[in-house]
Design a protein around this ligand. Structure first.
Ligand SMILES: [Zn+2]
Length: 102
């Protein structure tokens, strides 16, 4: 088992899992039910995580996911600290946790 992606929302996680399963890659989503617990757990722990069952397919999964994300037009902003892309409505970076500019 290897983690290949942390999705900003459960919907994003589901899209990623659908894309990977269409490639024959078996995945699991962790934290899928944590979305309702925001405020009770640290924010990072509530992000849905996508894990690949077969470690040898992790690289392929990452490649497929980066292609998927590049193909999705959406309102995003880049974190000025670590360069990670975040959804436009995020107030802090999911990757490094620092405040994002408006
Ligand atoms: Zn960041």
């Amino acid at each position: 088992m290897k983690r290949v992606h942390i999705a900003p929302t459960l919907l994003d996680a589901q899209l990623a899992v659908d894309a990977l399963s269409s490639l024959g890659i078996v995945t699991h989503i962790f934290n899928a039910n944590a979305a309702g617990a925001l405020g009770e757990v640290p924010f990072m722990q509530a992000q849905p995580e996508i894990w690949v069952e077969d470690d040898t397919q992790a690289a392929r999964a990452c490649e497929a996911l980066s292609g998927l994300h590049n193909a999705l037009p959406r309102d995003e902003k880049n974190c000025p600290y670590c360069g990670e892309r975040n959804p436009g409505n995020f107030l802090s970076c999911w990757q490094c946790g620092r405040a994002l500019p408006d």
